[in-house]
Design a protein around this ligand. Structure first.
Ligand SMILES: Cc1cc2nc3c(=O)[nH]c(=O)nc-3n(C[C@H](O)[C@H](O)[C@H](O)COP(=O)(O)OP(=O)(O)OC[C@H]3O[C@@H](n4cnc5c(N)ncnc54)[C@H](O)[C@@H]3O)c2cc1C
Length: 370
C-alpha cells in the first residue's frame, strides 16, 4: 500500500516506522530540516502503552537509554493538604516487571533517535516540502501536521475547540530534597503543576497559570523565579538553580468531530490536543499510530482500504474522548477551590489513598488507555 504522511513530528515519524514495518511504502513529507525537528525544548511523560507500541515496532531498545524511569508518582492536593502515591505495585503484573510507573523523555533525545531509526528503513522516502501531496498517488494520506494543520484547514474538517485561560510555563531546575526516581503532580488553585525527573538532581517543571500570572512570572529575574518556585514546590523540596530560560506556551483544547475526511486520516495533534497536565498528549498520539497500524495489517482491510479511515475514526473515539474528559476534569478539579467542592475532593483523596484496587484501576487507564 502507498501511503503519504504529512508531518514528521513524533506522531508522523512513528507512524512512518510502524507502517513501513507493516509492509507499506511511505512518503514522509516534512517542511523542517532534521535539525529543526530535533531542536525543541519539550519534555514528555511516557506511559506503558507507549512502551508496548515502541517494543512492537523495535524502537524501544534504541530509546530506553534516553528515558528516565520513575518509581513514585506523588499526587498532592494543596487545598486539602493531602497526598497519595502511585507505586509500581499499582501497575498490572505484566507492567510491574519494568520497575517503572512511567518514564520521562526529553524531546531532543527521542526525536534524534527516531529520525536515526527512520534513516535506516528503505520503505520510507523523506520528502522535504510543505506542499500537500497529490492524492492520486496514494491509497491513504495521513495528516500528522500538528494542531495548526494546513491539511485540516484545506479539507474544512470541523472540530470542537476552546482556549484555556491559562499558559503553561516550563523550566529545567536543579532541586534539593526530591528523589531522582519520583515525579509529582500537584493540584493547586492556580492550575496543575508537574515536577518530572530528568536524572540526578535535574527536574522539569510544567506549571499552568492564569494568563496574567504567567506573564508576570515570565518577566521575573531568575532569582525571583526561583523564589516563586520555592512557594509552589512540596514541603522539603527546594529549588537550587534554573538551567536555561523558562518557556511558556498557551494551552488549548481541540477535538475533531471526525478523525478522517475521504482518504485523509488525522493522527496525533491534528486530531486532538489537550491540556498537558495529565501527561497523556504524546501517548495518545502514539496510540493513534498503533490503532491505524493494526487496521492496515488486517489482510481484508488492506484489499478494501477505503474503509480504513472510517474504521480508524470509530476505533479511536472512546480512548480519545475519555482521556480528553479525564484530562479536562483534572484541570477543573485542581482549580475548583470553592468550599462546596471540598467534601467531594476529600472523598476522592480518601478513596484513592485507602483502596489499592481503585488506584490500580485509575493508573491502569492512565498508563494503558482504553
Ligand atoms: C510550545 C509547545 C510545547 C509543548 N510542550 C510539551 C511538553 O512539555 N510536554 C508534552 O507532553 N507535550 C508538550 N507539547 C505537546 C507535544 O509537543 C505534542 O503532543 C506532540 O508534539 C504531538 O506531536 P505531533 O507530531 O502530533 O505534532 P507536531 O509535533 O506539531 O508535528 C507536526 C509536524 O508537521 C510539520 N508540518 C506542518 N505542516 C506541514 C506541511 N504542510 N507539510 C509538511 N510538514 C508539515 C511540522 O513542521 C511538524 O514537524 C507542547 C506543544 C507545544 C506547541
Amino acid at each position: 500500500m502507498n501511503i503519504a504522511i504529512i508531518g514528521s513530528g513524533l506522531t508522523g515519524s512513528l507512524a512512518a516506522i510502524s507502517l513501513a514495518n507493516a509492509g507499506c511504502r511511505v512518503d514522509l513529507y516534512e517542511r523542517l530540516s532534521d535539525e529543526e525537528l530535533i531542536d525543541r525544548d519539550r519534555t514528555y511523560a511516557i506511559t506503558h502503552s507507549s512502551r508496548k507500541i515502541l517494543e512492537r515496532i523495535g524502537v524501544w531498545s534504541h530509546l530506553v537509554s534516553n528515558l528516565v524511569p520513575f518509581q513514585y508518582l506523588n499526587v498532592i492536593d494543596y487545598e486539602l493538604n493531602k497526598k497519595f502515591q502511585f507505586l509500581i505495585n499499582d501497575l498490572s503484573l505484566s507492567d510491574q516487571k519494568y520497575c517503572a510507573v512511567g518514564w520521562i523523555a526529553e524531546h531532543k533525545k527521542i526525536m534524534f533517535s527516531i529520525l536515526k531509526f527512520i534513516s535506516d528503513i528503505d520503505h520510507i522516502n523523506k520528502i522535504p516540502t510543505s506542499v500537500i501531496p497529490n492524492t492520486n498517488n496514494y491509497e491513504l494520506i495521513i495528516a500528522a501536521d500538528g494542531s495548526g494543520s494546513a491539511t485540516k484547514k484545506k479539507l474544512k474538517t470541523p472540530s470542537f475547540n476552546f482556549n484555556y485561560d491559562q499558559m503553561c510555563i516550563t523550566a529545567k531546575v536543579l532541586l534539593r530534597g526530591a528523589k531522582s526516581n519520583e515525579a509529582f503532580e500537584i493540584l493547586n488553585s492556580q492550575g496543575p503543576f508537574a515536577v518530572l525527573p530528568l536524572g540526578g538532581d535535574l527536574f522539569q517543571i510544567i506549571c499552568s497559570q492564569s494568563l496574567e500570572n504567567a506573564t508576570n512570572k515570565m518577566n521575573l529575574s531568575k532569582s525571583l523565579f526561583l523564589d516563586y518556585l520555592a512557594t509552589l514546590l512540596p514541603y522539603g523540596v527546594q529549588p537550587d538553580t534554573i538551567i536555561d530560560k523558562p518557556n511558556s506556551f498557551p494551552i488549548n483544547f481541540v477535538f475533531n468531530y471526525s478523525f478522517y475526511s475521504g482518504k485523509y486520516i488525522y493522527l496525533g495533534e491534528t486530531a486532538h490536543k489537550f491540556h498537558p497536565v495529565g501527561g497523556q498528549g504524546l501517548n495518545l498520539c502514539w496510540r493513534d499510530v498503533d490503532c491505524l497500524t493494526k487496521l492496515i495489517s488486517v489482510p481484508i482491510f488492506k484489499k478494501n482500504h477505503r474503509i480504513i479511515p472510517f474504521l480508524y475514526s470509530l476505533s479511536r473515539l472512546v480512548d480519545v474522548l475519555l482521556i480528553s474528559i479525564f484530562t479536562d476534569s483534572l484541570v477543573r478539579y485542581s482549580r475548583s477551590n470553592i468550599s462546596i467542592f471540598k467534601l467531594p475532593r476529600t472523598f476522592v483523596f480518601f478513596v484513592l489513598k485507602k483502596y489499592g484496587f481503585i488506584r490500580k484501576f485509575i493508573l491502569n487507564i492512565m498508563t494503558n488507555g482504553l
